[in-house]
Write a new protein. Structure first.
Length: 212
């Protein structure tokens, strides 16, 4: 690893990481939905699933693997369709849950509301999200040295990005958890779940539109 190079690019890299972490997207919507509906543990589990996917995309992009993926029209289209399908499915599920929870005060079945279910949903969402590859393709290479071995530098930058993104996402979940008593009121919860569901569906439709 070229330590001098890492220290040189670190300030600009941290700024890029913070900006990208703060941009709203499918992950933010999913964290909020799971945190409000299922609690802090489910929200944090969703963060873990998301960050595993982000780390993988960052390494793949930095190594050039996702460049091949994005250059292949058929694979890119398939990835967009899969990602869109997952987001739309999550959005419809959130909308249906809002209708169900509004009709009764009886707690919903635990199935699909566990931390493990939140983890799987987040991991599937990020794995099939081509926008997650953009960081590795467009951002990471700008901070790698132009000569010499880059693997260790790539790993260090990927870990830094992982820490920044995890801290931001966990803060979102903890903030949602603190406001959960208010957000969990029947009318408020129904509106939030419908809004999150509509947002996820819209993001899924957006992925399909981008693939055209």
């Amino acid at each position: 690893m070229q330590l001098d190079h890492v220290l040189e690019v670190l300030p600009a890299f941290l700024v890029a990481c913070v900006i990208l972490a703060a941009l709203p997207g499918p992950a933010t919507a999913l964290f909020l939905h799971r945190s409000v509906r299922d609690g802090r543990a489910a929200g944090l589990a969703a963060v873990v699933g998301n960050e595993i996917g982000i780390f993988g995309w960052t390494l793949a992009g930095g190594a050039g693997l996702s460049v091949l993926l994005m250059a292949n029209r058929a694979l890119s289209l398939a990835l967009h369709v899969i990602g869109a399908g997952i987001l739309i499915w999550l959005g419809i599920s959130a909308w249906r849950n809002a209708d169900h929870s509004a009709a009764t005060e009886v707690p919903l079945p635990a199935r699909g509301r566990t931390p493990a279910a939140a983890f799987r949903a987040a991991l599937l969402s990020i794995a099939a999200n081509p926008k997650a590859a953009a960081f590795g393709i467009a951002v990471i290479p700008q901070f790698l040295p132009s000569s010499g071995p880059v693997l260790l530098t790539l790993l260090v930058l990927a870990v830094i990005q992982l820490v920044v993104d995890t801290a931001w996402c966990a803060a979102v979940v903890l903030a949602a958890d603190r406001a959960r008593n208010l957000l969990s009121r029947t009318n408020v919860r129904r509106r939030i779940e419908r809004a999150m569901g509509a947002m996820l569906v819209a993001l899924g439709i957006g992925l399909v539109a981008e693939a055209r």
